[in-house]
Design a protein around this ligand. Structure first.
Ligand code: HEM
Length: 197
């Protein structure tokens, strides 16, 4: 099962690499006339999907009564981080050619980028502390720290709304899912005690 999930989760990145190779080799590809923009959208959307999927694990476990699903949450969260890293690498390397002065200016001057960057920076400690050793070392504080994911998901939604130029309805879909997932956590659940939300 785990291997199957890894294959599923890595396939969008492999597909993107394949399309990049076709472009490099002057062959027909799906990266459109503006490949950097396309990669921004593609990696950003996959990042949001994995972040939401990670947040959906706990409600799914309770609603569907799938206790074992929880063991895949860390993996899903880390894939979210992986797609954020790809998104950031595209920005830093392909969009701005490592021109750190301009990159810094963009992060400070463009609120949309500021929100995205804040989400990415906050995601880093969560990814770093996702190992069993850190879970043990941090104890109760691990759960407290990992609640930051709600802030990260909200920042990512704001970033998405500010970035979208054409169809404003598109980011409404992940936003609605996020509201439902957060709402589920806040809703009273009679007779249920949260142990690993
Ligand atoms: C958790 C972190 C992040 C998530 C989930 C995320 C997600 C997204 C999504 C979904 C889009 C597509 C918006 C659309 O449909 O037009 C997007 C666009 C974009 N993101 Fe992010 N993003 C994140 C962090 C960042 C960071 C750290 C940067 C750069 C420092 C960044 C730079 C951009 C840029 C430049 C675009 C617009 C591309 C264009 O339209 O040309 N993002 N992001």
């Amino acid at each position: 099962m785990r291997i199957f999930l890894h294959i599923l989760a890595i396939s969008p990145a492999l597909w993107l690499m394949w399309q990049g190779w076709l472009l490099y080799d002057f062959q027909d590809n799906m990266l459109t006339a503006n490949p950097i923009k396309y990669i921004h959208h593609y990696t950003g959307e996959w990042a949001i999907r994995f972040i939401l999927l990670g947040l959906a694990i706990s409600p799914l476990r309770h609603i569907m009564k799938w206790p074992h699903i929880i063991k895949y949450r860390r993996m899903i969260g880390l894939y979210g981080f992986f797609y954020v890293v790809l998104h950031l690498v595209n920005f830093v390397a392909l969009d701005y050619y490592f021109d750190w002065a301009i990159i810094l200016k963009e992060i400070i001057k463009r609120p949309a980028i500021t929100f995205g960057m804040a989400a990415a920076v906050l995601l880093l400690p969560l990814a770093l502390t996702s190992t069993k050793g850190w879970i043990r070392r941090l104890g109760k504080n691990w759960r407290r720290l990992h609640r930051v994911i709600y802030v990260i998901a909200s920042l990512a939604m704001i970033h998405n709304f500010m970035m979208v130029k054409a169809d404003i309805l598109v980011p409404l879909i992940p936003l609605t899912i996020l509201i439902l997932l957060l709402g589920y956590r806040l809703a009273p659940k009679p007779g249920f005690s949260y142990t690993r939300a």
